[in-house]
Design a protein around this ligand. Structure first.
Ligand code: PMP
Length: 426
């Protein structure tokens, strides 16, 4: 770990906390973040040459595994023609057509550069379209770091928003109403009180930022019905779930159609890309066809589009998702039976290729409160034990895990052998 330690010490002198995105700093689990030098398939290597099986997969984008040859070649090829034009290209047209084909509710698509930009823009669009200011989000859901989305609930489920970060003005946060995930009654109550002022509901249709919590039956359908009743826009933030919990995202898996969808991660194949889109009659309100402003110098960047097109073309392969889902199920079942064998209280959640493990006595975790009340001390020990054994999980108990095409039976078996050893030490 010498090289990672030296780099971390050096990094902290010129980069806040030594990292460019906070969770990478290992604050939740303690210890030194591993500085990564390369990744391939299911594996990553750190600066000291240690190999890991990676269950973060760059926080989701790598459905096909790291360093996919076709994506890499597409990026190299595109780069020969110039890195950015600030003018339209055919690749953007093909990308919009492809996204629309795979996610049919996205009749029109606008490309951006990150998930944060996608959600921020979709919210502005919903507000501009409805002429209303308030938005509804769920406690424990993360939608990037735009001001109005950095809000969590106060003590009660229906509390008016208070900023959860200094720097977010209170009079911005007050327009964000935060309710309980998987609790449709809390949504109905907030709409009874504020319905005519609510522009939209934004939701992670499978929550992936409070560990992994799939929607309970009827929850997403309930959101659709409430939005229809009050004329509010339903936004699915599928930045994590898009092309992951099913080829067509959570909306395909659970058969609920949102008005707007935000995508990110997978559509860039690892490059910084996001997009938002949806109903034609809503999205045409953005500039230049409408008055709601949204723009980006690097949006639709030709190299990023080439990477994304190479990724999306491959995810259309028949049977791809069946094998990824089977391997994810085998992994999760394996964790559960090993925990039982070692008398450890553990429960798991799964949605396609996303999974969560919870150190808790609760039988099934379905909400934020249960997720945050898990045994973090035990998780942290498990985390470091697995890292030592060469398995790289997300460095916090509130994060989902991701399985890729490259996580074959052999990789799963190696992971479970490591877990068997680590569980025996807890
Ligand atoms: N929405 C969701 C559901 C996310 O998980 C994330 C990031 N993990 C974002 C939005 C923000 O995306 P980005 O980090 O690309 O800005």
């Amino acid at each position: 770990m010498q090289k990672s330690e030296a780099l971390f010490t050096r990094a902290q002198k010129t980069i806040p906390g030594g990292v460019n995105s906070p969770v990478r700093a290992f604050k939740a689990v303690g210890g030194t973040p591993r500085f990564i030098t390369k990744a391939d398939g299911a594996y990553m290597w750190d600066a000291d040459g240690k190999q890991y099986i990676d269950y973060i997969q760059s926080w989701g984008p790598m459905v096909l595994g790291h360093n996919n040859a076709k994506i890499r070649e597409a990026v190299i090829e595109a780069s020969y023609n110039g890195l950015s034009f600030g003018a339209p290209t055919e690749a953007e047209v093909i990308m919009a057509e492809l996204v629309s084909e795979i996610v049919p509710s996205m009749e029109m698509v606008r490309m951006v550069n990150s998930g944060t930009e996608a959600t921020m823009s979709a919210i502005r669009l919903a507000r501009g379209y409805t002429g209303r200011d308030k938005i509804v989000k769920f406690e424990g859901c993360y939608h990037g770091h735009a001001d109005s989305l950095l809000v969590k609930a106060g003590s009660g489920a229906l509390t008016l928003g208070v900023p959860s970060s200094p720097g977010v003005p209170a009079n911005v946060a007050e327009h964000t109403l935060t309710v309980e995930y998987n609790n449709i009654e809390s949504v109905k109550e907030v709409f009874e009180a504020h319905g005519d002022d609510i522009a939209c509901i934004i939701v992670e249709p499978v929550a992936g930022n409070m560990n992994c919590i799939p929607p309970v039956e009827g929850f997403l359908e309930g959101l659709r019905a409430v939005c229809d009743q009050y004329g509010s826009v339903l936004i699915f933030d599928e930045v994590m779930t898009g092309f992951r919990v099913s080829r067509g995202g959570a909306q395909e898996r659970y058969n609920v159609k949102p008005d707007l969808t935000c995508l990110g991660k997978v559509i860039g194949g690892g490059m910084p890309v996001g997009c938002f889109g949806g109903r034609r009659d809503i999205i045409t309100h953005i500039a230049p066809t409408g008055p709601i402003y949204q723009a980006g110098t690097l949006s639709g960047n030709p190299v990023a589009m080439a990477a994304g097109l190479a990724a999306l073309t491959q995810i259309k392969e028949p049977g791809l998702y069946d094998s990824i889902f089977e391997n994810t199920q085998a992994l999760v079942d394996g964790f559960q039976s090993l925990a039982n064998k070692h008398n450890i209280s553990l429960t798991t959640n799964i949605a396609g290729s996303m999974f969560g493990i919870f150190f808790t006595e609760v039988e099934k975790v379905t909400n934020y409160k249960q997720a945050i009340n898990c045994n973090t001390e035990q998780f942290n020990k498990f985390y470091h034990g697995m890292l030592e054994q060469g398995v790289y999980l997300a460095p916090a108990s509130y994060e989902a895990g991701f399985v890729s095409k490259a996580h074959n039976a052999d990789v799963i078996e190696k992971t479970l052998a490591a877990a068997d050893k680590v569980f025996s030490t807890l």
